[in-house]
Design a protein around this ligand. Structure first.
Ligand code: GSH
Length: 318
């Protein structure tokens, strides 16, 4: 991580733990929003007007949070509006790096070698982890936002006048339900799997496991239509999908979230398959990189041997 703009050598992929051994994820610090007219969004400052080619998204394909933003970009038809830079799938001792892995590219703007260089460019005194996704403004040369939940939501509306879309990821009709489910989904499932995987005490692991499977049971109950809120795909479905698609292949083994698999839940399994088939979504899922990335976390897998994808996941992804 960076401290006062300096990269610390004792960097660890395992983030913070609280006094009970629970994994704690850092709170994101760049919180500006792209908006249609450049007015400020719900947080941060204004001055980030939607314009074609002005913004760039830095992602790792292993990362569920970055993948949320990639899916939104695809579903909203914003490929020509927002460029994507994919970093290498394995974390180095300097964090995320550019180039080297097939399909990963050099940072075309600054010739940076590591994502942490973007953070110090944005704030020379930055203290914190250099996480992806990062949304960068190439016109003002500043970091707009590094919180995937914000990016997912701003992509739903900011470019609507430039690229009209039928899809509403945060429709008014479901806003209250979305806002109620998102934080619980995050705590129990999206981040819950990390809490199980990176728990440093038995109690923290047990607690995380109960949360994960309570949430999976709840989602199974909720799924009476195609999607969580009936027949309309929303941002909450995207937030669920990025974790579910990694679950049987990675979290079940590496993070020990092994009480059940997603395929044991008939509705959730059908739901996962349905979302994977929506045009655009499949291209955001690179199971090889996901496996490589997670299984290269030394703290959990010191020998670095990479697992294969289970047959049912390989079949699902075709
Ligand atoms: N709150 C952030 C979390 C992003 C995050 O934790 N990304 C991980 C990869 S999945 C990361 O970049 N970790 C690098 C590190 O912690 O140093 C978001 O949702 O955008």
């Amino acid at each position: 991580m960076l401290v006062d703009g300096k990269w610390m050598e004792n960097w660890q992929p395992v983030q913070k733990a609280d006094e009970q051994g629970r994994f704690v994820r850092q709170v994101s610090s760049f919180r500006n929003w792209i908006t249609a007219d450049g007015r400020a969004g719900p947080t941060g400052e204004g001055g980030f007007e939607a314009e074609p080619g002005r913004y760039r998204l830095y992602v790792a394909l292993i990362c569920p949070w970055a993948s949320r933003t990639l899916i939104a970009r695809k579903l909203k038809g914003l490929e020509d509006m927002i460029e994507v830079i994919v970093v290498n799938p394995t974390l180095t001792d300097q964090g995320w790096s550019f180039g080297g892995f097939p399909g990963a590219v050099e940072d075309p703007m600054f010739g940076a070698r590591y994502v942490h260089e973007l953070y110090t460019r944005a704030d020379p005194k930055f203290t914190g982890r250099a996480t992806v996704p990062v949304l960068w403004d190439m016109k003002r040369n500043v970091m707009v936002n590094n919180e995937s939940a914000d990016i997912l939501r701003m992509l739903d509306t900011a470019f609507e006048h430039l690229v009209p879309s039928e899809i509403r990821l945060y429709p008014k009709a479901y806003a209250a339900e979305i806002d109620a489910l998102n934080p619980r989904l995050y705590n129990l499932l999206n981040n819950g799997v990390y809490k199980a995987g990176f728990a440093t005490t038995q109690a923290a692991y047990d607690e995380a496991m109960d949360g994960i499977f309570a949430m999976l049971d709840e989602l199974e109950e909720l799924l009476t239509g195609d999607f969580l809120f009936g027949d309309t795909l929303t941002e909450t479905d995207i937030r669920a999908f990025v974790t579910l698609i990694r679950f049987d292949a990675v979290y079940h083994g590496l993070f020990k979230t092994n009480r059940r698999e997603i395929r044991d839940y008939p509705r959730l399994w059908a739901y996962l398959a349905l979302i994977a088939q929506i045009p655009g979504v499949r291209e955001t899922v690179d199971m090889d990189r996901i496996l490589h990335g997670y299984y290269s976390i030394k703290a959990l897998n010191p020998l670095g041997v990479v697992s294969k994808a289970p047959a049912h996941i390989a079949t699902l992804l075709g």
